[in-house]
Design a protein around this ligand. Structure first.
Ligand code: THU
Length: 160
């Protein structure tokens, strides 16, 4: 029998009523701004709302480009802006909503690999977990307590 390294991950499933007031604000802000996506190529609209420890909330959308890899996801857009302007404020929570342009229902979205590694970066910088909250088509919320729940075997240290 070979030795195994195991990592158990879990997400909490929350009804909207179970959200904390500040999380409800994040959801409202993300839903209100979803149409600001620049997504003419995928027609997949994404909005991320970020809470910093000083209580500030920032919102950003995916911004696509005719040269596809140039586009940026909503999560990295909001983190780049907030961390450039408030470099001493730890991100506490990031809430993500997504929708295909033609659909009325929302789509399930979880952060892509690049965004997971970016969230990890700011967890390392501040030494604090960042909660990741994802909206689902049923209107429930999936909550990860930190990036370890989405990216268990992540790249964390250049020197190890
Ligand atoms: N996208 C995001 O903005 N965030 C995610 O978590 C998943 C994907 C964007 C990238 C691209 O503009 C579109 O959604 C389709 O992949």
């Amino acid at each position: 029998m070979c030795k195994k390294i195991e990592f158990n991950v879990s997400l909490r499933v929350l009804a909207p009523e179970e959200l904390q007031p500040v999380e409800r604000t994040l959801l409202e802000r993300a839903l209100a701004q979803i149409t600001n996506s620049h997504a003419p190529y995928s027609d997949f609209l994404v909005c991320a709302a970020l809470l910093l420890e000083n209580g500030e909330i920032f919102v950003a959308n995916n911004q696509e480009n005719v040269s596809f890899p140039v586009g940026v996801c909503a999560e990295r857009a909001v983190l780049s802006y907030a961390m450039s302007n408030f470099p001493d404020q730890a991100p506490q929570k990031i809430l993500i909503v997504a929708k295909r342009r033609a659909d009325t229902a929302f789509a399930t979205v979880t952060p892509c690999g690049l965004c997971r590694q970016t969230i990890n970066e700011y967890e390392i910088k501040f030494g604090k977990p960042i909660e990741i909250i994802m909206y689902t088509p049923k209107g429930e919320l999936l909550k990860a307590s930190g990036i370890d729940q989405l990216l268990p075997f992540r790249f964390n240290d250049l020197n190890s």
